[in-house]
Ligand binder design. Sequence first.
Ligand SMILES: [Zn+2]
Length: 789
Amino acid sequence: MLVAASLTASSRDISARPTSPSPRVVVPRRQRKAPTENGHTAAVNGAHNRFTNLGIHHVSASGVVTGVFRRAFIPSNETDVDEGHDWDIFDINQAAELDLLEGDIDMTSGRNSIIGDSYRWPTTIPYYLEDSLEMNAKGVILKAFDQYRLKTCIDFTPWNGEKNYISVFKGSGPLCWFDTVNHKILSSSIQDLGVSSSALSLLSSYLNERTYRKAVQVLVQVLVISRLDYCNSLLAGNQQEGKQRLSIGNNCDRLGTVEHEFLHALGFWHEQSRADRDDYVNIMWDRIEPGKEHNFKTYDDKVSSALGVPYDYGSVMHYSKTSFNIGSEPTIVTNIPSFMDVIGQRMGFSASDLTKLNRLYNCTESSTFVDSCDFKQENICGMIQEPGNPKWEQSRSVSGGPQHDFTAMGQCKVWKDAAAAPAQAPTAPTAPTAGQCWGAGALAARLPGGQGYFMHFSTASAEPGQQASLESRWLYPKPGAQCLQFFLHNTGAADDVLNIWVREYDKATPSGKLNLFKSISGGVMGSWELHNVDLNVTQKARVVFQAVRGKSPSSGGFSLDDINLSSTKCPQHVWRIRNITRLMATTPAGEKLYSPRFLSPAGYSFQVGAYLNGRSDRQGYMGLYFHLTSGPNDHNLKWPCPWQQATMALMDQHSDIREQMNMHRMVTTDPDKVSSDGTEYYWDDPRKVGSKVTQSDGSFYYRGPGTGTSTFITHSRLRSRQFIKGDDAFFLLSLDDISDLLLPQPLPRSADYAEASAIKAVDQDSPQATASNHMEHPTKDLPSVLISA
Ligand SMILES: [Zn+2]
């Protein structure tokens, strides 16, 4: 609430206004970037200076926790990419004084989800990523596309000259919005934008029709960009003819936000603008900032369809409770009180968002989802076994463990009122303690274990050397990389082995050819462990889980649950935080918990630090920061570290990957970024710019500065869904080289050059340097601030 109050103030503060679009002057990228503390524009720094106080936070000294390292200091130059705010789309746009129609939609007439086939996109949408986009934003956008591919039938393809496409750019200020520029209405709208008809006819007399049309298009775009508060001329909706622009500006480079903006492009309005919203939420008109009331209008159900889906408080398209407020009080009050902290989530698509999108686009399957199995059904998802003994058994509980399956572990039963709840049900809100249920309602309790099923192979009863293979049905993944994700509970002997094979079928091998992808033995025993196995399948295939009994005596075996297969790359690393509620109860605010160090495919060493109970200035949130650390390959790596994108995702441990709403945050190493005092490159070798970390065994390493956010997730959201299951949380971590995104997206060969140059003229604030300029990092070519420092 304080955040929104600050933002209201900032929107009135002249110093916090966005700068006007940069003049098109050719400046090398290295100099173009203002070497400010956080590398942000003047507009953001204005807000930053006024409203945040990024101080040095000391972490109290403590010992080493299993698999997790704590230390007594954090680098003073920790960078909060959110400037300490929990920004939502509307806050960002409001701070930039953008009076868009519905917070982030730049249009006039329109529909929640537009009725009529002619407005629908084809299910594969051409996109163009303009050069103005920040590198991190480009990576986030591509990641958001992967979510669409996994969970819907919508796919995205690089623009190849198709008439209709979405062009994504960085707006000239910190903002996220979507608008349409409809070629058909250009002639009328340009007059609405203040260009007189006589001026237009003069223009037309000098130009042929084609060039005139282009000129008008450019003119409209220039006018629209410079006058974003002007909405009345633009047509609403999703697919219109021609190029439609979508802005992903500063602070908009988050997965949920990008999904939200593209849902607008696909034809969806905000959830609270549904015709029936007054049945579910109460709009507090007197708390809305004067002049912003239009953000809360509803759309008639004759033009807007809810697609038969009930009102969804958890929609990624719902405003948060404090959107456009004047004080600190909410502008939206949910009729069911427990949804107050649910509205405004930007983790990603809700189940209802997906239902609506899939209904509107008649989706029957997604392009990258392959299979999900929690073994709840008796047919065990069509898995088969060869005749003979021993076998994998569908089990609820095994005496040697596990006592219950993973799917239903710790799921909550929520009672509507106190009378219906058993006496032992805890009342909420209460302090987090291990084993307690975090329900959405006032009263909740854990269901006892053993609600679901898993597959178990007993190495205790099998003879040494015996094996059993559990084979999936025929699967048809997209050729290329696939990720097989599953939970494994191992109580067997150290030499028992679980082999992950793929049996591929082609003409030459009609009975299938087996390829081994991973062998698992030992590891953490006696708990459900997450495994991610990268596969590479090119045709029809079965996944085979082969359990092999070793020679040592066993009193248990292997258990499998919650299998997911998708045509995506696996996360590279998993950081499991065990007993997180206990840790949260004992960790003071301002203390940072560090993951082990991991290696990226390129060889960079990194770790993640989490403020479980928030930074001392930001309690009630979990903060999350990415650090480069010293590692074994540092002498062979490029420094400052160029364009590695870290993806940090808190896993929603739902059994079906399509329903997982993981909370993501991505940051990218910009080799041009300099430290706040201008003396060092921010992402330089941690041995040079980091601080020494001594571990409990006396060994040491170096940790570079952290970049991330103090407002990664609120505690109330952390306790929602299945972020914490069995009292454990999982972070899925990857560090990917995205330097290929430095190159401008190739323009379609078929596109005529007039169009291409028209786009360039409008879209580019200033030209980007070529990729090769960024790849080499000659230290002699220092930014001016370094030279003068
Ligand atoms: Zn929106």
